[in-house]
Design a binder for this molecule. Structure first.
Ligand SMILES: Cc1cc2nc3c(=O)[nH]c(=O)nc-3n(C[C@H](O)[C@H](O)[C@H](O)COP(=O)(O)O)c2cc1C
Length: 186
């Protein structure tokens, strides 16, 4: 029987964060927890989170920043997030998160450090790898491709030769989802 409900609200640019939200929701449903998955670009007008037993926010990272919609959502819902009765989780998708030597640093920089600017604290969060898509159908514009190719040449560890690289580690994502379920159910 489904008796708990979690809101997964995300902001994506190239699709990685959205795919993670969908995967987490699937894992929740397999464990009898309902997940409402919301793209903050399409809906962000929440009065409160009274209908939910938990909240997860996911964001894409571009030049060190969350998406505009995630930023606005956290700013507008700051007080409601602070008084959430259930667990609060946050994840980002980023190229650096896939690099062993950068992971711990960007996990802090992209999540708790940024949340502090809104007076929001967090204990459950993780940084996952992202998608680097240089293909014809990519959502990256030419300038973004250029930035990525330059960054890739420097230190992201991303192959700039490959057309499409998915850096997400699905085991890591599953562990994050299952850990959140433990918090919801406890
Ligand atoms: C123009 C551009 C800038 C980026 N800047 C960063 C960055 O500062 N740090 C990082 O770790 N990844 C960076 N990335 C990689 C993205 O985080 C990655 O593509 C991820 O998949 C974004 O999430 P999304 O697919 O949900 O939009 C950048 C990618 C692009 C195209």
């Amino acid at each position: 029987m489904v008796d708990k409900k979690v809101l997964i609200a995300y902001g994506t640019r190239y699709g990685a964060t959205e795919g993670v939200a969908i995967k987490i929701a699937e894992i929740f449903r397999d464990n009898d927890v309902l997940a409402e998955v919301v793209n903050l670009k399409e809906k962000s007008d929440f009065d409160n989170f009274d209908n939910y037993d938990g909240l997860i926010i996911g964001s894409s990272i571009k030049i060190g920043q969350w998406t505009r919609h995630v930023k606005n959502f956290v700013r507008n819902m700051r007080l409601e997030i602070q008084k959430l009765p259930g667990p609060f989780g946050f994840y980002v998708c980023s190229a650096y998160a896939a690099l062993d030597e950068q992971y711990a640093k960007v996990k802090e920089e992209y999540i708790p450090d940024k949340l502090k600017e809104f007076d929001v604290s967090i204990t459950y969060y993780d940084a996952f790898g992202g998608i680097i898509d240089f293909s014809e159908t990519s959502k990256m514009g030419w300038l973004e491709k250029k930035i990525m190719k330059l960054a890739g040449n420097q230190a992201t560890g991303v192959s700039v030769e490959a057309e499409y690289t998915d850096l997400r580690n699905w085991d890591q994502i599953e562990k994050f989802a299952l850990g959140f379920l433990d918090l919801i159910k406890s």
